[in-house]
Design a protein around this ligand. Structure first.
Ligand SMILES: *Cc1c(COP(=O)(O)O)cnc(C)c1O
Length: 389
């Protein structure tokens, strides 16, 4: 053999089984070598191409299926791709979907800019509407109801199990963006919801450095539709990213317990501050949606909202700009604390609600809550200097 040939045919995947590590190997491969000619064309029984995922992706899918109580889980390159992918997998021209008005804003963009263009009708419903009203408002073309509970800016809880039960009677599918519950504190499939969608980017990843999304289902026809949808769209996630998500899953319960407890400590403290009008955190006793949360969730995460007493925008900006431990940024679910003002995003909604003052959102990270509270107090002091007395 010449050197050219030798370089191509040495240094390949080992023939002997790999040493056993606790996690899966990170296999890299677009090409998958098949054992014989017949296997080349038998993609029912053989994985024939790396785009559908190798060892690390398969291990992540198994772990997520166990977590969600799912029959199948599809992976997507981002949370948005998981939601748009699940919708594209089950909808067709002439269908209509009902979407909660408190949904994550980029989903509204997808619905309005893409689904409508392909002949799918989109209507937004009030997150405060009773389940009977939501499902009662469905028409003959309504194929799916897309929920998000709690809404990730304004934290309205919906009775998702009840909406799912009523929708099922009318053969309407239900899906939920369960990023807040992370497939852990709330398990949508166990509550009769057909499609559990989440941005793994947030709590499962947990370190603010990897994008991925998942869609989980129990009904084998839906599982098949999701798999076909991923293939049709040509989406793939890398072995490295799947491995990072799997690593995140190992500590998800521990991190969630800490995020949840710290967020409640901070929320409780905020409620008592004179600058604060109200706290929007479903796990906080007395807060809106608490009864539904207590019925359906086994824990909370670090994300919640609060309303400042009315003040000029300069006071709100002074609050944010004074924060030191809280970064100003949109994501959440990572180890670090973040803050934003929600008002600019709320303007996209059909039904604008008056929260009684500027709506702020905090993500409580893994820092000591006492340090976070001191930081927030400094922010509120700066706010108070510019707010009306
Ligand atoms: C971040 C987020 C998404 C989208 O996830 P990406 O991975 O950023 O695409 C979807 N839903 C909610 C509620 C989110 O917060």
């Amino acid at each position: 053999m010449s050197d050219e040939t030798r370089l191509i045919h040495t240094g390949k995947a080992p023939a002997a089984p790999l040493a056993r590590t606790v996690g899966p190997p990170i296999q890299k491969g677009s090409t998958v070598l098949l054992p014989n000619a017949e296997a080349l064309y038998d993609d029912e029984n053989h994985l024939t191409y790396g785009r559908s995922g190798l060892a690390a992706q398969a291990a992540l899918q198994d772990a997520l299926a166990a977590l969600e109580g799912a029959v199948g889980v599809s992976l997507y390159p981002s949370g948005i791709a998981a939601i748009s992918g699940a919708l594209l997998a089950v909808l067709e021209a002439g269908d209509e979907i009902l979407v909660v008005d408190s949904c994550y804003k980029p989903i509204r963009r997808f619905c309005d800019n893409v689904l409508k263009r392909f002949g799918v009708g989109v209507r937004y419903y009030d997150p405060a509407a009773a389940p009977e009203a939501v499902v009662g408002d469905a028409g003959p073309a309504t194929r799916l109801i897309l929920m998000e509970s709690p809404g990730s800016l304004s934290f309205e809880m919906q009775d998702a199990p009840r909406i799912a039960a009523l929708a099922r009677e009318r053969r309407i599918l239900t899906a939920i963006d369960n990023t807040w519950g992370a497939g852990f504190t709330f398990r949508p499939l166990e509550h009769g919801i057909d499609l559990s969608l989440q941005a793994l980017t947030k709590y499962v990843g947990g370190h603010s450095d990897v994008f991925m999304g998942s869609a989980a289902a129990r009904d084998p026809r839906l599982v098949r539709a999701l798999v076909d949808g991923v293939n049709n769209m040509g989406w793939a996630v890398s072995g490295e990213d799947a491995y990072a998500m799997l690593r995140g899953l190992r500590t998800l319960p521990t991190r969630m317990a800490r995020h949840g407890a710290s967020a409640l400590t901070v929320a409780d403290w905020l409620k008592a501050q004179p600058e604060v009008a109200s706290v929007l955190h479903p796990a906080l006793p007395g807060a809106p949606g608490h009864a539904l949360w207590a019925r359906d969730y086994k824990g909370a995460c670090g994300l919640f909202g609060f309303v400042l007493k009315p003040a000029p925008e300069a006071a709100v900006n002074a609050f944010l700009d004074t924060l030191d431990l809280f970064g100003l940024g949109f994501s959440w679910g990572g180890f670090e604390s973040l803050a934003i003002s929600c008002d600019p995003q709320l303007r996209a909604r059909r039904r604008r609600k008056d929260y009684g003052g500027p709506l702020m959102r905090l993500h409580i990270g893994l820092e000591d809550p006492a340090d976070l509270i001191a930081d927030l107090r400094a922010g509120l002091d700066a706010y108070a200097r510019l707010a009306p007395a």
